[in-house]
Design a protein around this ligand. Sequence first.
Ligand code: URA
Length: 237
Amino acid sequence: MRRDDVLRELGLAPVWRLRSRPLVTTVVPTGVAVAIDVDARRAHIATLDYEALVRDIAACTACTLCKTRNRSVPGVGVIGAHWMFIGEAPGADEDAQGEPFVGAAGRLLDNMLAALALDRSENVYIANVLKCRPPNNRAPDPAEAHACAPYLDRQIDLIKPVVIVALGKSAAGRLLDSDAPVSSLRNRIHRYRGTPLVVTYHPAYLLRTPADKSKAWEDLLFARRVMRESLAQQTSA
Ligand code: URA
């Protein structure tokens, strides 16, 4: 099969090669690295409905994590949920099951959600900055987060949350383009592409530092106030 045919089969064609357009290297199953047009890929992803997005993520080869993942982990929850929680990246349990936050940190997250009468099967959507597990649970590389960004942005566009909660420094850093610690980002209303965003601690951090659970609870109550105020503004507008 010719290279162009392989790319078309993988949904990566057409491949533009204008020098002025940003290109990114992707890895096709034959092991060949090819350059694809970043803007064209983002524009394509921005057109996908939810089912097509999940399929696209499962077939994604935009970074090397595709070589080591067992399953991609797009997200879980309700399309149209008012709440969207965003973590860092899948771990081993998530990579095995294809669902975010199913390990010990996920159980803590579920308990925190339950305290607010929230449930991933009823009124919440949960995703990660990265859709594939970094080997040995290392922190996401900025290039990986950049390659995955169009997927997260499309998820946000489809879910249309009233409030986004960034879980931990890595997710907050990616969404706010900041290197600041969680302690200096919490208790404030940020925005991500227009949507109110609140920062709190990552559940894995809370498992290691239970003394900060009360701060995370304060953050969730703050997020709920932000949510209620945003909804009130929407209905009065
Ligand atoms: N940590 C994350 O950030 N995301 C998961 O899905 C699991 C653990």
